[in-house]
Design a protein around this ligand. Sequence first.
Ligand SMILES: NC(=O)c1ccc[n+]([C@@H]2O[C@H](COP(=O)([O-])OP(=O)(O)OC[C@H]3O[C@@H](n4cnc5c(N)ncnc54)[C@H](O)[C@@H]3O)[C@@H](O)[C@H]2O)c1
Length: 375
Amino acid sequence: MKIGVPREIKSDEYRIALTPAGARELLQRGHDVLVETGAGEGSAFADGAYEAVGARVAGDAEEVWAESELILKVKEPIEAEYGLLRDDQILFTYLHLAANEPLTRALTESGAACVAYETVETDARALPLLAPMSEIAGRLAAQAGAYFLEKPLGGSGVLLGGVPGVAAGNVVVLGGGMVGYNAALIALGVGANVIILERSIDRMRHLEETLSGRFTLLMSSSLQIEESIEDADVVIGAVLIPGALAPKLLTRESIRRMKDGSVLCDVAIDQGGCAETSRPTTHSEPTYVVDGVIHYCVANMPGAVPVTSTKALTNATLPYVEAIADKGLAEAVASDPALARGVNVLHGKVTYEAVADAHGLDYAPLEDVLPLSPV
Ligand SMILES: NC(=O)c1ccc[n+]([C@@H]2O[C@H](COP(=O)([O-])OP(=O)(O)OC[C@H]3O[C@@H](n4cnc5c(N)ncnc54)[C@H](O)[C@@H]3O)[C@@H](O)[C@H]2O)c1
């Protein structure tokens, strides 16, 4: 299959959808790989690194889109890219269509097969292509919390790990899933006192085993949250109710009762945020202050560490890319229900129910649109 990797043109996006190592795997399986000039630069992969493994480097985006049967991207196409998609193409990328009606309409009009990383979902309800970004965002959240506590940045001036003779700072993590676990891991690593508030007892049992009792684990309730955050130096919002907006666990009143110069890292901001006072921020202006509390609410945190994020993303996507390239989309989704759940738009139809519902469009089950039924 002819596989194309365009440069990401969304602002502040430095990732690329395929590493040279991933390109080599695909080339060894007999596929063609075409990478746009400069596409890997933001992730520290020069054009020469792709050429060295046998990939071709194309002059511009038009050439990549025109020549490729399978387009690999990181972020959803932006308006300038809408016209480049063809009805005989497969697009594999993060799409987040429920939040983007113009893109949903553009993709249906293109007639292309559009597979979203974020809705590839195993039978056990795991999201294998979202998980690596959650790992990164969780680890970054603990780092950001420690950093913005520094006095010159407006923070309270507490060193999270303390020193011998001086108490460590307190980190409260709301939600002990992928983001929360990774945030706790780094916070524990720098020596902070860590409390995780979860509402799933099974998940708490798992955390107890993996983090071997080095932290406090509490059932999440509005009272417990209020009591815990009053002593917190850093609060990390890491809750998720799949498919829904994040619950507003932190009221404006409870934010007011937090310590001056403490930091709220609301990682769940991409689902609306878990504090009433949260609104999305960017890497160029990551924070703002409400009632003395520094709010860090960057919606695309992994974009700050593209070198790591690009590798983590390719590690997770490559098996699915290989399956699509080796078998073609129809057979690949027929043999893998997790991948089938990733298909959002196909031949002009919306094949993902939540996306159709979000925009009042007709929903067409995948098996009605694809010749081979998924099993
Ligand atoms: N800002 C970013 O750049 C970025 C990057 C990656 C992920 N995220 C977001 O981070 C959030 C968490 O993602 P995840 O992968 O960790 O999800 P996850 O499903 O692995 O974990 C979420 C956890 O929240 C728990 N939870 C739900 N309601 C709760 C409540 N009321 N109190 C306490 N715990 C509760 C769940 O039991 C679950 O364990 C999501 O909104 C995700 O989209 C943001």
